[in-house]
Design a protein around this ligand. Structure first.
Ligand SMILES: Nc1nc2c(ncn2[C@@H]2O[C@H](COP(=O)(O)OP(=O)(O)O)[C@@H](O)[C@H]2O)c(=O)[nH]1
Ligand SMILES: Nc1ncnc2c1ncn2[C@@H]1O[C@H](COP(=O)(O)OP(=O)(O)O)[C@@H](O)[C@H]1O
Length: 310
């Protein structure tokens, strides 16, 4: 018996909705499975997944349950995952994107430490820092020219380009509003106001992409930034570039001639404090000869070449 047309039309939408909803659920499950497979194969850093999950709680990453997320990491099984969640105070059914601020921080720190303890990025990520005018830029440039296999991170900065500087090669030049946006979206691995003037920060994604593809990465940043990288990625190797002598540092700063005498004086005051930070670093390299210093830094990126500082 045929139904009156109106009634069929009335019944159709919920059914169509149900089909659509179950298709969407299947697609969402597949997307989550894809994320898990990426973590399990090592193709994707578990830290990158956290970042996306926290920024977009409705993404497949955000919809992953914490248990699913943890057990995707090789060598973390169900029992271990339960223990970790207990330790971090995270309830069983929680999704990664649904975690509160404190739980997010705890989970991120736990994972960063775990990666470090399990070989993680090893010492393929090297941070080169040091006082003003010691020659960080010069050594980084030497590495760029002579060791093309090393990926050198391009920072974002609010300072204006100098003549000859190329967008995307030397820096990404952005205004304050854009810099604020990068911070808000957690797109920076670290950032700092350098020499009390402009803001500088390391874009996170290119660094993580290079690390996950196994390439050595160099960050040439200031000391505040190096400390932040240490916290965010404890597995990174921190290298402190030292001047051969204090007088030579002064000579380099004055000789570069890019700062006014007052600014030079201010930077030298800061440099005195900064030189003491060498103790926090994994290695110290003296920049006597640019080529030699650059080679030592590159050697530290090679797991077998690395030697601990005495
Ligand atoms: N924290 C941090 N410091 C950076 C970054 N990029 C550059 N710097 C530092 O900013 C300082 C100023 O760099 P720059 O503007 O090129 O000027 P110059 O070093 O005085 O020629 C240097 O000490 C760099 O090491 C970054 O992404 N993060
Ligand atoms: N090994 C070195 N020997 C002599 N001069 C150097 C050496 N390394 C760098 N310089 C010079 O010192 C000055 C500061 O170097 P720069 O790379 O700008 O320092 P930073 O990036 O640390 O501020 C520049 O004029 C540079 O040419």
């Amino acid at each position: 018996m045929s139904e009156p047309e109106g009634a069929a039309a009335h019944r159709r939408p919920p059914e169509v909705d149900r089909v659509a909803a179950s298709r969407a659920a299947v697609a969402a499950r597949r997307a989550r499975a894809a994320v898990k497979a990426e973590i399990a194969s090592g193709e994707r850093s578990p830290l990158d997944v956290l970042r996306v999950a926290f920024a977009e709680p409705d993404s497949p990453e955000g919809r992953l349950r914490v248990t699913e997320y943890l057990t995707s990491i090789p060598a973390i099984g169900v029992t271990k995952a339960a223990r970790i969640m207990d330790q971090l105070g995270i309830a069983d059914a929680k999704r990664v994107g649904g975690l509160g601020r404190l739980q997010r921080r705890r989970l991120r720190e736990y994972i960063a430490t775990w990666i470090a303890a399990h070989g993680g990025t090893g010492n393929r990520l090297v941070v080169l820092a040091g006082p003003t005018a010691v020659g960080k830029g010069t050594v980084a440039q030497y590495i760029r020219e002579h060791f093309p296999e090393v990926a050198i991170s391009v920072s974002a900065t609010t300072r204006a380009p100098r003549p000859g500087e190329v967008e995307g090669k030397h820096y990404f030049f952005v205004d304050d509003a854009e810099f604020d946006r990068l911070i808000a979206e957690e797109q920076l691995l670290e950032h700092a106001t350098v020499h009390n003037s402009y803001r500088y920060g390391t874009p996170r994604r290119p660094v993580e992409a290079a690390i996950s593809s196994g390439n050595p990465v160099l960050l040439e940043i200031d000391i505040q930034g190096a400390r932040q990288v240490r916290r965010a990625m404890p597995e990174a190797t921190l290298v402190f570039l030292e001047p051969p002598t204090w007088d030579e540092l002064v000579r380099r700063l004055v000789g570069r001639g890019t700062e006014s005498p007052a600014e030079q004086q201010r930077r030298l005051e800061t440099a005195k404090v900064e030189l003491a930070a060498v103790e926090e670093f994994d290695h110290a390299v003296v920049n006597r000869d640019v080529g030699e210093a650059a080679e030592k830094v590159v050697e530290l990126m090679n797991p077998r070449g690395a030697t601990q500082r005495p």
